[in-house]
Design a protein around this ligand. Structure first.
Ligand code: HPA
Ligand code: MG
Length: 219
């Protein structure tokens, strides 16, 4: 019974990582030596991210039927998730009768300084859009809302949002992405293209940054 609960609970909102999840000790995994001392733990190992992404790709293929899709990759934090998701969709298209023609566009959003969301949100490179959006983290919801409004103005047939991570932020009323990898506690995570002041994008796992890591790379 427990298994059934876990699986059905996770289908829409993603794999739930509880507030008391301590992560894995860094000693159990490999990571670049230049980040030694800058991290508290491995929060989501790279292999788990890849396995979850593979399943999201299948869900997307199942839902989208025969529509052509335009993938909108939200840079910079979404690039790794987008690359891996597109890669999985390509693999499914190669290996079955169900194929989806896919185009990929890139836009850039910027709103974070240190670990705080700033008021002004910049969208760069967003002209001529009709889309499925791929974004690695949905932190405030404000980002997603702004982006969706922008994309809706181009009147695409359908818009679906895929987010690798959704944070349980207090009082968050924002809508959920259609495809969610993981629901995580309100902690600042880095790696797998997510940054802290541009550092840690070159880290495979999603990790929790340490206090000394924050100090070291603070602007
Ligand atoms: N890490 C990196 N970038 C982010 C985060 C985070 O936890 N939340 C929103 N943007
Ligand atoms: Mg960032």
């Amino acid at each position: 019974m427990a298994d059934v609960d876990v699986q059905s609970h996770g289908r829409r909102g993603g794999i739930v990582i509880n507030d008391d999840w301590p992560g894995y000790s860094l000693d159990l995994f490999s990571y670049p030596a230049h980040y030694c001392g800058d991290l508290d733990c491995v929060f989501i190992p790279h292999g788990v991210i890849m396995d979850r992404t593979e399943r999201l790709a299948r869900n997307i293929m199942d839902d989208l039927g025969d529509h052509d899709i335009v993938v909108l990759c939200v840079l910079k934090g979404g690039y790794q998730f987008c690359v891996d998701l597109v890669d999985r969709i390509k693999a499914l298209s190669r290996n079955s009768n169900h194929t989806i023609p896919m185009r990929v566009h890139f836009i850039r959003l910027k709103s974070y300084l240190n670990d705080q969301s700033t008021e002004d949100l910049h969208i760069l490179g967003a002209e001529d859009l009709s889309f499925l959006a791929g974004k690695a983290i949905v932190g405030t919801g404000k980002t997603m809302e702004t982006l969706l409004k922008h994309v809706e103005a181009f009147r695409p047939k359908m818009i679906k949002v895929a987010g690798l991570l959704v944070k349980r932020v207090p009082h968050n009323t924002a809508c959920l992405p259609d495809y969610v990898g993981f629901e995580i506690p309100d902690r600042f995570v880095v790696g797998y293209a997510l940054d802290y002041n541009e550092y840690f994008r070159d880290l495979n796992h999603i990790c929790v940054i340490s206090e000394s890591g924050k100090m070291k790379y603070k602007i």
